[in-house]
Write a protein that binds this ligand. Structure first.
Ligand SMILES: Cc1ncc(COP(=O)(O)O)c(C=O)c1O
Length: 415
């Protein structure tokens, strides 16, 4: 007999990105583009006044427990922020956000409150691996994957539709993660409208199916191209006209306020059903109470002050434009070196990352090791054919050389 429960037996610590990041850190002078934070000269890129904020905090403020759903003030401010960024939604339908321990806990909450074994989860073919850990390994959901891009590298609405209509389960969670990890793609306003319209028609044609439409807005705000800036909630909110659709927004301080280690996220519900909104808030609190019990008061006190400060607003704009600047230099370097003659670069226009699909004759894992050991660049090989590069971690001076060397390394595999 084993000590482990079924969950204990099934749960794993996914090794890929952790191992790859560790491997990169032990290669002397290697550039690390494996991880999902923003850095400046190899250190986390801070909002400059964060240390001042921390120094001003008093023990009376941060030592007591926080309420289970978080400090009221930060919840109210976050709601105001969501309403400002999504001016067409109905403020009465939007719940007060609840504080989660990072966005990861928000994902765990939606997964646990609304799904169980033999329900379905709809995802693109490339996605943040933790979704699978939470929805399938822990809860036994079946994953359905659509190809995010077609053979012409266009956002693949047809495959989204085809895959959705092939789901036989009656409970379906749909995660929309724009800007996307790993591809860095945010759909155009028209693409997002069509995507939502597909879900809308499906919901109407299948009144027996319940849909939970989750936007994972981890990289919210890092939109770099006109017409690819529509917040997901500004499109999905219309779905709640169907009483078989529940809309959930997950976001946080993590990337939006350069506070990865603070672990402050939010879960917010949008529904026209007042009773349901009340119940989900209560149940979310129950779930929070039985897991983390109460979120970090210290982190919330820091985050609250960041949200309130007009200086921080400017600092955030400045940091966001540093990342955008890297994005632009990257695009220029890709064009200068004609990188897409050698590989397929998946469309990207936002966020932290971009993804390269390797030619068939090159194994992405082998390429990664060579690129790390011979060229001193750490990148993340997600599977046999895709490599993710975090430009959020690349000081702008490094970017052209990375692309040049990527090309040289590819040539070595053609010899
Ligand atoms: C798409 C996506 N969602 C959620 C998260 C987790 O965010 P947090 O660190 O706030 O738990 C990440 C982190 O990398 C992510 O890439």
């Amino acid at each position: 007999m084993s000590f482990f429960s079924k969950l204990g037996e099934n749960i794993i610590l996914p090794q890929d990105v952790l191992i790859q990041s560790k491997e990169t850190s032990i290669v002397p002078n290697a550039v690390n583009a494996t991880i999902g934070i923003a850095t400046d000269n190899k250190k986390a890129l801070p909002l400059p006044t964060i240390n001042e904020v921390i120094k001003e905090l008093s023990t009376a403020e941060y030592l007591p427990y926080s309420p289970t759903p978080g400090l009221l003030k930060i919840r109210e401010l976050w709601k105001e922020k969501i309403l400002k960024e999504n001016s067409t939604i109905n403020s009465k339908y939007l719940s007060l956000p609840m504080v989660t321990t990072g966005i990861t806990q928000g994902i765990d909450i939606v997964a646990n409150l609304f799904s169980e074994k033999d329900d379905a989860l709809l995802l693109p073919n490339l996605f943040w691996q933790n979704y699978a850990q939470i929805f399938t390994i822990k809860l036994g959901n079946n994953i359905y994957k659509y190809n995010q891009f077609d053979n012409e590298n266009n956002f693949n609405l047809a495959d989204f539709k085809h895959t959705l209509y092939n789901i036989k389960e009656n409970k379906i969670s749909i995660i929309l993660n724009f800007p996307n990890n790993p591809t860095g793609y945010t759909p155009s306003t028209e693409e997002l409208t069509q995507l939502v319209s597909t879900i809308d028609v499906f919901a109407k044609e299948n009144p027996n199916k319940n849909l939970i439409i989750i936007s994972d807005d981890a990289y919210f705000g890092l939109f770099f191209e006109e017409n690819h800036k529509t917040p997901t909630l500004s499109a999905t909110y219309k779905l709640v006209d169907n009483n078989n659709c529940l809309v959930v927004k997950l976001d946080g301080i993590t990337k939006e306020y350069y506070g990865w280690g603070l672990r402050v996220g939010f879960i917010t519900y949008y529904t026209s059903d007042d009773e349901l909104r009340k119940i989900v808030l209560e149940k979310t609190q129950g779930y929070l109470r039985s897991t983390t019990s109460s979120p970090s008061n210290l982190s919330q006190q820091i985050a609250l002050r960041l949200l309130e400060s007009s200086q921080v607003k400017q600092e955030k704009t400045c940091n966001d434009s540093i990342i955008e600047g890297r994005y632009r230099i990257l695009k220029e370097a890709i064009a200068k070196y004609n990188l897409d003659d050698d590989v397929t670069i998946l469309p990207f226009n936002s966020g932290y990352f971009f993804t390269i699909k390797m030619p068939e004759h090159i194994d992405a894992h082998k390429f990664r090791l060579k690129f790390l050991n011979d060229y001193k660049y750490g990148v993340y090989s997600m599977d046999d054919s895709h490599i993710r590069i975090a430009f959020s971690c690349l000081d702008k001076e490094l970017i052209p050389d990375l692309i040049k060397n990527f090309k040289l390394c590819i040539k070595e595999f053609s010899k």
